[in-house]
Design a protein around this ligand. Structure first.
Ligand SMILES: *Cc1c(COP(=O)(O)O)cnc(C)c1O
Length: 750
């Protein structure tokens, strides 16, 4: 049967007569059929990628791509005047993730399946997701994201485990999502409790945080600014770890493995510290099944590998010993034993799992009891080895390794930017999809004006599409001929959206004085702030106030627009990234472990404006300094500055007229007329008095580098050439490459 006949059969109707909804159902059935034709081979050893979040995005398009029928499906539908993108738009995006870490886990699952590795994801099924961001009065509000409603990808299983807490036991239920590769199907295992109750949540996401039986799997990262919230998070973490551990043991036994050989059957990649309790839980389960403590520790050490994602001290997870003791007493005893063993070996307190203040350091437990510790970009791993984890590196040098992050090229090129994907195929054939490093051969077109013009044309079309989409979603008219300057990522002070805003204020004031940019600028933001992160919310408030101020000022809005998209998620990213000209990657050097948004925009032909941080450094060495715009202090300078502890933002504020003017404008009467005085004043004071992530010292360099970039943009052919060099060198960032490295260095699954 041809694909077209199959689709028609599954729609029960002529394609021509189908609505988009009917086609959506027909395509789903078709995917199911094609999937069932794939014979998945179980290997002896299996990978479990355990993570609190999976920011998976819509799946229909990427499933079609991985099944190898995406282009044909597009073609068939277009012959009947239907648009596949309009149909796939109907899917609801799952809300199981937060930001880069969750998106990484999802790109990894895609590449694990696609490159043929036997490996599943393990996580939780959050009914209300992270939260849905809504803007009101120029502020962020949070509402539950009830994405499960019409869900089309989730399968209920008959697998259920018992999870023992100190004060109760909970029964789980396993749901799965199929992860479709080229010639194998893996799974994302998501655990839930049956007693969860969405009805206890109010519209502004308040609920009884102590009612664990009903709230355990409601939200990803429940607000932990109070004790009840922190306790809930620990319940969640253990629930995830225990279910994961039971699943691993179950599946190993089912495959005929013996518990003594568990490490030959299973390898666990621990994505950041939220799943770390899987280490003591595996030990507990092995002991419960009759193994002695020494043997079970040895086995677990051989099967666990840990990925570190941050060096921000405040982000390194620590628990009060008494909280752990209270909620999961058996696990506490095991952690105490694990700690005692290391305390007897090493006197150095920075290596102790339980410190003198009775805080349990999760990352330390991971490092002691895993066989691999990896950072996520070259600089990040170097900083771990040289400073943050140097004490550990000295005793376990062989455990440390780097795995520079990657992105699914299928999602972020083929799916998100079919125009560019198709044009690349025209130029170099389709073989690059098996090995994205082959994109390199695009460089031979670097002086080919026809190719460069076509690249500009594709970007212009993508920008026009984005304008239509933003008009439809938010009712805003944007100018597709303006420069699209894009900063889309979680709102965090270290990512320095506030520095971008100061630049935009300066531009606004310049325009008011009659100094006009050569071409209009559209600054696009997308960002959610953690509900209890006050300053992050203040920054969103400022961005939205400026957006409104400019929108209402015709004289300025012809030259400068600011727009913040509401509820930034994967679906938004897939629309914005192909339309981006400037990729803002302006974190304070040493603070962004890797970044992956930077890779996605590079692949889509945007030029990076960035600091020497995370994977920006690798981008820079791949494209060469002529094809990237680098500014700001180096990570060594920053680390030195923190050591000396002598940074005084007020000095910059006083001495630099541009900084003073921009910062003062935060509480200008025109802004106060649109916003909340308390919030804006707090933000202004934070900058003048603290500016912990040092925006002022980098500001002048940022300002002039960005202006240089805008002026270079006017040399359209020169810009297109730089853009082409970026696309051509982005192949290294394919998550297929990252996963091959994980497999050959860590997992070793055939
Ligand atoms: C890629 C991605 C991120 C990560 O962006 P960074 O710039 O690397 O922080 C966050 N959210 C979404 C929706 C993404 O697609």
């Amino acid at each position: 049967m041809t694909l077209s006949q199959r689709l028609e059969k599954n729609c029960n109707k002529l394609i021509y007569d189908c609505t988009d909804e009917e086609l959506f159902c027909g395509i789903l059935k078709t995917i199911d059929e094609l999937k069932n034709e794939i014979k998945t081979k179980d290997e002896k050893k299996k990978l479990y990628y355990i993570s609190a979040e999976f920011l998976i995005g819509k799946l229909m398009e990427s499933n079609l791509i991985n099944l190898g029928v995406y282009h044909d499906m597009r073609q068939i539908l277009s012959e009947y005047g239907k648009d596949l993108s309009k149909i796939t738009e109907l899917e609801i995006e799952p809300s199981l993730g937060n930001g880069g870490l969750g998106r990484l886990a999802s790109c990894f699952l895609d590449s694990i399946a696609y490159t043929g590795i036997d490996g599943d994801g393990v996580g939780l099924l959050y009914h209300c997701g992270l939260f849905k961001q809504v803007f009101k009065e120029n502020k962020q509000f949070e509402t539950p994201n009830l994405w499960l409603g019409d869900n089309t990808v989730l399968n209920k299983t008959d697998i259920s485990y018992t999870v023992p807490f100190g004060d109760m036991t909970l029964k789980s239920r396993l749901y799965t999502i199929d992860i479709i590769g080229k010639d194998r199907i893996n799974k994302l295992n998501l655990f839930d409790i049956e007693t969860v109750d969405e009805k206890i949540v109010t519209d502004d996401i308040r609920y009884d945080k102590a009612d664990i039986r009903r709230n355990l799997t409601l939200f990803l990262y429940p607000d932990d600014s109070d004790e009840a919230g922190r306790r809930l998070r620990l319940y969640q973490e253990y629930f995830m770890a225990s279910n994961g551990a039971q699943l691993i043991i179950d599946e190993t036994l089912r495959r005929g493995g013996r518990l003594e050989d568990l490490a030959d059957y299973a390898v666990v990649q621990i994505n950041d510290t939220h799943p770390s309790l899987i280490i003591p839980e595996l030990i507990r389960l092995l002991c419960e099944r009759g193994m002695d403590m020494d043997t079970s520790i040895k086995i677990v050490e051989k099967m666990c590998a840990y990925t570190n994602h941050t060096i921000l001290a405040e982000a390194l997870e620590k628990w009060e010993a008494k909280t752990i003791q209270d909620i999961i007493p058996e696990i506490y005893e095991i952690i105490k034993e694990l700690d005692a063993r290391k305390k007897s070996e090493c006197a150095d307190k920075s290596l102790h799992i339980i410190d003198d203040n009775s805080l349990v350091h999760m990352a330390r437990m991971d490092i002691h009891y895993s066989f691999s510790v990896n950072g996520v970009a070259a600089l990040h791993t170097e900083i771990l080895k040289k400073s943050e984890l140097n004490d550990f590196y000295k005793i376990y040098p062989e455990k440390f390794n780097n795995k520079t992050n990657g992105i699914s090229m299928r999602r972020w090129l083929t799916g998100a930017n079919p125009r560019l994907d198709g044009f690349i195929e025209e130029l170099i054939g389709r073989d690059f999809r098996n090995d994205y490093e082959k994109l390199k051969s695009l460089e031979r077109y670097k002086d080919d004006n026809r190719v460069l013009s076509k690249l500009l044309e594709i970007k212009a079309e993508n920008k026009a599409d984005l304008c239509d989409y933003i008009k439809e979603k938010q009712g805003i008219d944007l100018d597709p001929n303006s420069v699209f300057d894009v900063q889309i990522k979680r709102l965090h002070e270290y990512k320095r959206q506030q520095m971008n805003v100061l630049y935009l204020i300066t531009k606004y004031l310049d325009i008011k004085r009659g100094i006009l940019p050569k071409r209009p600028i559209t600054a696009i933001f997308g960002a959610k702030a953690a509900p209890a992160y006050t300053i992050a919310k203040d920054i969103i408030h400022l961005i939205l106030c400026i957006e409104e101020l400019i929108e209402k000022d015709k004289a300025v809005s012809e030259h400068l627009r600011v727009v913040m998209v509401e509820n930034y998620n994967v679906t938004w990213a897939e629309k914005i990234i192909p339309a981006s000209d400037i990729s803002e990657q302006i974190s304070l050097a040493s603070k962004e472990a890797s970044g992956t948004g930077n890779m996605k925009m590079m692949l889509n032909g945007a030029l990076t404006l960035g600091t020497m941080d995370g994977a920006n450094i690798e981008i820079s060495s791949l494209v060469g300094e002529d094809n990237i715009y680098i500014f700001g202090k180096s990570s060594d300078e920053v680390i030195e500055c923190y050591k000396k502890n002598n940074y005084k933002p007020y000095d910059y504020y006083e001495k630099d007229a541009r900084i003073k003017e921009a910062v003062d404008f935060i509480t200008d009467k025109d802004i106060l007329a649109l916003g909340d005085k308390e919030s804006l004043t707090r933000l202004k004071n934070e900058l003048i008095k603290k500016d912990y992530f040092m925006t002022f010292p980098d500001f002048e360099d940022y300002y002039s580098t960005k202006d240089k970039m805008l002026s270079d943009y006017e040399n359209r052919m020169g810009w297109a050439k730089q853009s082409l060099v970026n696309i051509a060198n982005s192949g290294y960032f394919s998550s297929d490459r990252t996963i091959r490295e994980y497999n050959s260095d860590i997992w070793r699954i055939v």
